[in-house]
Design a protein around this ligand. Sequence first.
Ligand SMILES: [Zn+2]
Length: 293
Amino acid sequence: MSGHVEISSFDGLDPRISILRYSNEVDAMFVRTRRFNALIDTLSTPALCREALEKLGASAHDRPLIVVNSHMDWDHFWGNAAIAGVAPIIAHAKALERLSAPEAASTLATKAVEEARFAETELVAPSITFSGDMALNGGDLTLELLHTPGHTPDHVAVWIPEISTLLAVDAVEDPVPCVWDDTPESLRLLRASLARLKALGAKVVVPAHGRTTTPEAIDRNIAYFNELVARVAQIDRRVLRDSAPETLDGLAFEDLLPAHRTMDAGETDFYRDFHRQNLSAAIRTHLETIEIA
Ligand SMILES: [Zn+2]
């Protein structure tokens, strides 16, 4: 993937928020408050992060900068090296556990071989971590960092109550989010995080992928998981145990895909993998619940 960062916005988005978009890969976000500027995610390389900060112009450098890493998925934080020593980087404490896991370095090693743009990327850890939730008080805007696990254990979404805006990052995804692994606990956490975000009653919801701001994105994600779990529950336990999940009646990606938008072949394959993981977690959840009952 090549190209440049685009500074963008959405209809109805508060003018203090800018979207930093790199192609179809990811959207980072920039929020100007009275006391500080906040960069939510650093894109996938230091070069992209530097480019984004430059393109934001003077208004990005007129007050202290605070950086938030929403979670330790490569497309959201591999740009951290551009920030190191310049601004504090805040993340959930679980982010450090993910960074010290062998997968963090092996993912970078693999992708650096695949794409030259990652060759100079280094993993830079957040400098401030918290457990539970945290608030950044900007004076006019409050950035509430909400621990919203399920997509990943360390995921943080940013709720700005004064403007009823939720920077959901990957806790909400259009068309569907992906559960961390196929354990019942991860599926439970992801659905609980969606319910928590829904209860905020946000008027504007900005995920990092999918280019949407409609709060309906949360409803659609919740409806998808409700339907997935309900359909799995209707299937005989022995059938669930003995069949390849994708061959089960009514449980293919196409059967459960929200019908609101079309996708190209690449996107379809990408989200089909998400669905496969979600389905597998739903099946495990059902089988293990029956066994306990
Ligand atoms: Zn992502």
